[in-house]
Design a protein around this ligand. Structure first.
Ligand SMILES: [Zn+2]
Length: 278
């Protein structure tokens, strides 16, 4: 079976402390390599440490997730054992980002989904912190791994992402992790050269079928976003990189392509844009 690359996973989170080695072994058996993605300094640091421990299988991305800036921030037990709300520290992130195991900056971006009240100052802050990370990606010549979540039924956060990038242009690859945009915004994002990642959710809803057939295969990447949103038949369980095989199968079925073609193309794209060596 061809190798797959899970471009966005969080198996360095404490949720895997009990059995991380087995999780990695199952990924190795399934032929899956991965990029562990940080959400703040602490999880960016642990992503790098894990990547150093498994240099053939794991790379790291470092960044500051926009939900850590939101007033409705809540403690995610999967992400941290104890509630410890970090402030964005550009200098700390810069130091982490320089590590050779770091192949992308993120996850970073704009999340408007849970902004109930007092939206404007929160959006302003998110845009500032996002812009800092865009500049860092460009300076270090590393791709941008973006988490973008619009207000329900809208594309607002994607529109604003395009705006912020217009003000801070980059030549590095731009990746929309866990993509949920409409067809209209997808056309704009394709023109702007974006890549799009999809995970387990495509196995249990048909909401993505049109988009998945519209986007050229060489702009699509696969991810698990583990521990979140496991694909069928593992839905509701803790997700893990080995399960990405189910998402690749579903993508093949939806597009009428062979599994081999899906695996080779998505993995080939990932190796190219993250400049990975086998
Ligand atoms: Zn994530």
């Amino acid at each position: 079976m061809p190798n797959l690359l899970d471009v966005h996973t969080h198996i360095h989170f404490p949720w895997y402390d009990q059995d991380r080695e087995e999780v990695i072994k199952r990924a190795q058996t399934a032929g899956v390599k991965m990029i562990c993605v940080g959400t703040q300094a602490a999880t960016s640091q642990s992503a790098i440490e894990l990547a150093k421990k498994y240099p053939k299988d794991i790379w790291a991305a470092v960044g500051f997730h926009p939900s850590h800036l939101s007033e409705s921030w809540h403690h995610d037990r999967k992400e941290q054992k104890e509630p410890a709300r970090e402030k964005f520290d550009a200098e700390k992130l810069r130091r982490l980002a320089q590590d050779p195991k770091v192949v992308a900056i993120g996850e970073c971006g704009l999340d408007y989904y849970r902004l109930a009240e007092n939206r404007e100052p929160q959006i302003k802050k998110q845009k500032e912190v996002f812009a800092e990370q865009i500049k860092l990606a460009q300076t270090l010549n590393k791709p941008l791994m973006m988490h973008t979540r619009p207000t329900a039924e809208t594309d607002d956060a994607y529109e604003d992402t395009l705006e912020v990038l217009k003000e801070n242009p980059v030549s590095v690859p731009k990746i929309n992790h866990f993509y949920v945009g409409s067809l209209t915004i997808t056309k704009k994002m394709l023109e702007a050269g974006f890549y799009f990642t999809f995970g387990g959710v495509i196995t249990f809803t048909d909401a993505y079928d049109t988009i998945l057939n519209y986007i050229p295969l060489d702009r699509i990447l696969l991810e698990t976003d583990a521990p979140y949103v496991a694909p069928e038949p593992y839905r509701g369980k803790r997700n893990e990189p080995a399960y990405i095989v189910e998402t690749a199968k579903k993508l093949a079925e939806l597009r009428g392509d062979s599994y081999e073609k899906i695996a080779e193309t998505t993995t080939g794209t990932a190796y190219k844009i993250f400049k990975l060596s086998a």
